[in-house]
Design a protein around this ligand. Structure first.
Ligand SMILES: C/C(=C\COP(=O)(O)OP(=O)(O)O)CO
Ligand code: SF4
Length: 437
């Protein structure tokens, strides 16, 4: 119940001489709701527009065959059929049982190819990388799909003309970007993976109940930028350490300025940690480390239970697991692979690929020497590799392949074509053969 308390005669000359006391939650929810655009309604109306496409253009077969010839690999098919094992000379390859292109990536890239075929002469744009793989993005450039230019950190949409076609990548796009493109009257081809849209639905549910979405993800990752644009109040936590900091603030309070400095780029406008963490819902970027997402969910559930009591938990906490199946399968396969006797691990995928980086993390946690490369060109002659150690810049390592017989564990991220994996394996076979000579 709300109570208006008069602050007394002296305060009457001031505009707010009444202090409101009581349970503000309902009122705050109402203001937040009024302040924000109805993103759900916007999306629904966009989907009904004749300028909006998310189901391809009837060229699925041609697109599938282009993908097959450009990205598939016979060698990798053979290794799959040979119980994920291959031996040549001194090298035994052990391939993870789930790796490479996921369903959502194949779907998005195929749609981009279909778009080119369907609009052979129109100018086609993409709002950012379609997926985090350099060779696939390069292929789109070669097909004259242009990337929206970025000026001083801001995308410049003024370059897009009325009749142009704009592809939204597999990560999706922010609701503001969609609105700009829709207002311009462009043809929008939406390749957003449905698993990503599922996360948007989750934060919409939080928003409807005026819960703050706690998003486990990277605040500047394209998917999380899009997801947070559909949220009401939100706070993005990168890892368990940040979640722990938030939990501690909820339970014990803390320095507001320090909190705001820490999350300045990772929270919604006007976020107030003292009032916006009373009711929270959990969501996550689809490609985070599954175990960490679960840990964060449990930690915040316990936090809210401790603060409000078990019987009030449902009023203050909501959680839906939005890690996608492909991410789970690739991480589970990696956990299986690192249990084997492996001399070194090769992790192949874009350096900005979140799911690939998490595969690398699993190998490193087990103490296996692990090399993250984005293409076969990183493997040089003379037994050297240029790779990206976790959270560090590129490094060159000499003599990375040990002498004698070796077992190499191999995995690749959800955005890595099998062809790239094959090229890397061929380089390893070549190097080891040269060492023997
Ligand atoms: C498109 C997409 C996943 C495909 O792998 P990506 O490597 O492109 O993306 P991410 O792991 O999120 O950095 C978003 O779920
Ligand atoms: S990793 Fe998951 S969410 Fe991302 S594109 Fe693939 S299937 Fe979709």
């Amino acid at each position: 119940m709300l109570r208006a308390i008069c602050l007394g005669h002296a305060a009457r000359s001031q505009p707010n001489h009444f202090k409101i006391e009581g349970d503000f939650t309902g009122l705050k929810k109402l203001f937040n709701g009024l302040n924000r655009m109805d993103t759900k309604a916007f999306k629904r109306s966009l989907q009904q527009s004749e300028n909006y496409h998310r189901k391809g253009f009837g060229h699925a077969e041609e697109a599938a065959s282009a993908l097959q010839s450009e990205y598939q690999s016979n060698l990798i098919e053979q290794i799959r059929d040979n119980n994920y094992t291959w031996q040549r000379g001194d090298v035994t390859i052990r391939l993870a049982e789930a790796f490479g292109f996921c369903w959502g990536v194949e779907r998005a890239v195929a749609m981009a190819y279909e778009t080119r075929q369907h609009f052979p002469t129109e100018r086609i744009w993409i709002t950012n990388e379609i997926i985090h793989n350099p060779s696939v993005n390069q292929r789109l450039r070669e097909m004259q799909v242009e990337f929206i230019p970025v000026e001083q950190g801001e995308k410049d949409f003024s370059i897009v003309g009325v009749g142009d076609v704009v592809i939204l990548p597999a990560f999706g796009a922010s609701v503001q970007e969609m609105q700009v493109l829709n207002d311009k009257g462009c043809t929008i081809v939406d390749t957003t993976c449905p698993w990503v849209s599922k996360v948007w639905n989750t934060v919409e549910k939080h928003k409807k109940k005026a819960y703050t979405s706690i998003i486990h993800g990277k605040y500047n990752h394209e998917e999380t930028v899009a997801t947070s644009s559909f949220a009401g109040k939100y706070l993005i936590v990168l890892n368990i350490a940040e979640a722990d900091y938030v939990s501690n603030y909820i339970l014990n309070g803390g320095k507001r300025e320090e909190f705001m400095a820490k999350f300045s780029r990772a929270c919604s406008a006007g976020f107030d940690p003292d009032t916006d963490l009373e009711c929270i819902g959990i969501a996550n970027q689809t490609t985070m480390l599954k175990s960490e997402t679960e840990q964060i969910g449990k930690l915040l559930e316990h936090t809210m239970m401790k603060k409000y009591g078990p019987d009030k938990l449902n009023e203050h906490f909501q959680s839906f697991n939005t890690i996608c199946d492909a991410t789970q399968e690739r991480q589970d396969a990696m956990f299986k692979l690192v249990d084997e006797k492996i001399d070194l691990m090769l992790v192949i995928g874009g350096f900005n690929s979140s799911n690939t980086t998490h595969l690398q993390e699993i190998a490193i946690e087990r103490g296996i020497p692990s090399y993250h490369i984005d293409s076969a060109s990183r493997i040089g002659s003379g037994n050297r590799v240029e790779h990206k150690p976790l959270h560090r810049d590129l490094e060159v390592v000499e003599n990375w392949l040990p002498d004698g017989k070796i077992v190499v564990g191999v995995t690749s991220g959800a955005s890595t074509p099998d062809k790239v994996v094959e090229e890397a394996l061929e380089k390893i076979f070549e190097l080891k053969a040269a060492v023997v000579v």
